[in-house]
Design a protein around this ligand. Structure first.
Ligand code: FES
Length: 121
């Protein structure tokens, strides 16, 4: 069901965990399955200096979050704000159609974390 890249990120997820003094935290839930995604960011010089995630979701959600953290680490906030769910799924080499809602969690949680950071300024 999953390709090799998805399986790699699922079995060896990058950047799992939390950041205690995060500058922004985003949490979203999936209406489709009820799973939850939480993303923590540290911001330095308007760039994402550090990013971690926690998820109560399936393998596709774990792989999507892991890939997302790799894509946006070090990226300027203005650029990270434009990263879409489709880009994450594409970077993973595609996901089964029934699992696309899972990849939505990652980018949505990131956008929520950035919005939280901006609301604190
Ligand atoms: Fe819920 Fe994938 S089934 S995140």
């Amino acid at each position: 069901m999953y390709n090799e890249k998805v399986m790699d990120h699922f079995q060896n997820p990058r950047n799992v965990g939390s950041i205690e003094d995060a500058d922004g935290v985003g949490e979203v839930g999936s209406a489709a399955c009820g799973d939850i995604m939480k993303i923590f960011i540290k911001v330095d010089a308007d760039c994402i200096a550090d990013i971690k995630f926690q998820t109560y979701g399936c393998g596709a959600a774990v792989a999507s979050s892991s890939m997302l953290t790799e894509i946006v680490r070090g990226m300027p906030l203005t650029q990270a704000e434009t990263v879409t769910n489709a880009q994450v799924a594409e970077a993973l080499g595609g996901l089964p159609g029934v699992k696309l809602h899972c990849s939505n969690l990652a980018a949505d949680a990131l956008q929520s974390a950035i919005a939280d950071y901006r609301s604190r300024l």
